[in-house]
Write a protein that binds this ligand. Structure first.
Ligand code: TMP
Length: 218
């Protein structure tokens, strides 16, 4: 049985997941909780090698099925080596991207069967689902403009506008189908306001699970 809490951050390119993950981790640490931050794809030594194949802009020939299987392979290794052990130790695990990226990118983006991807994920994760998913939503054009500013687009960021629009729609469909797990965060707001929405959502779950007292959140 997991004793920790499993939180994932999801959303399109440029939604600010990395910054918000770091700030959330620091807040949870200040509450006296043990925190473990990680990401997909590419956590750990084996994951880093898989990530290199997946995101290298030179790999133009990578077909969608290979891409989906490599993402799942990365996830299987991550769950076994890092996520499950950290949760069993009672840690607050924050993961930048997880199964919903698979459904949005490989399902809605690439057009692979969502039902098949769901099955694949069940096997790859051995059924490990997040307690809470924070979906950082923002208009497609805003996200793309932010990534352009960063320069050096990876293989996914180089995709066309229509692909990113499908991702957006995919994420919206996931949130609509699973409102208990997925909380939609307005990521077009400024950084502090986004963090405030995130803390409110995480605070609710911490209280519900009895991991902090109400007083601690004031
Ligand atoms: P990022 O870590 O910089 O967000 O880059 C990871 C990229 O990989 C991003 O474009 C989303 C993509 N991705 C998938 O396509 N499927 C997945 O299952 C995951 C975890 C990520």
């Amino acid at each position: 049985m997991n004793t920790g809490l499993f939180i994932t951050l999801e959303g399109p390119e440029g939604a600010g997941k990395t910054t918000q993950t770091a700030r959330l981790a620091s807040w949870l640490g200040d509450l006296g909780l043990a925190v473990h931050t990680t990401r997909e794809p590419g956590a750990g030594k084996i994951g880093a090698q898989i990530r290199q194949v997946l995101l290298n802009p030179e790999n133009v020939g990578l077909n969608p099925l290979t891409e989906a299987l490599l993402m799942a392979a990365d996830r299987a290794q991550h769950v076994a080596d890092e996520l499950r052990p950290a949760l069993l130790q009672g840690q607050m695990v924050i993961c930048d991207r997880y199964i919903d990226s698979h459904i949005a990118y490989q399902g809605y983006g690439r057009g692979l069967s969502v039902a098949w991807l769901q099955d694949l994920n069940k096997t790859a994760t051995d059924g490990l689902l997040p307690d809470l998913t924070l979906l950082l939503q923002l208009p497609v054009q805003v996200g793309l403009a932010r990534t352009k500013k960063r320069g050096d687009a990876d293989r996914m960021e180089q995709e066309q506008l229509a692909f990113h629009q499908r991702l957006h729609d995919g994420y919206a469909a996931i949130a609509a189908a699973e409102p208990r797990r997925v909380r939609v965060i307005n990521a077009a707001a400024d950084e502090d306001a986004v963090q405030e929405q995130i803390r409110a959502a995480v605070g609710d779950v911490l209280l519900r699970k009895g991991l902090v007292a109400q007083d601690a959140l004031r």
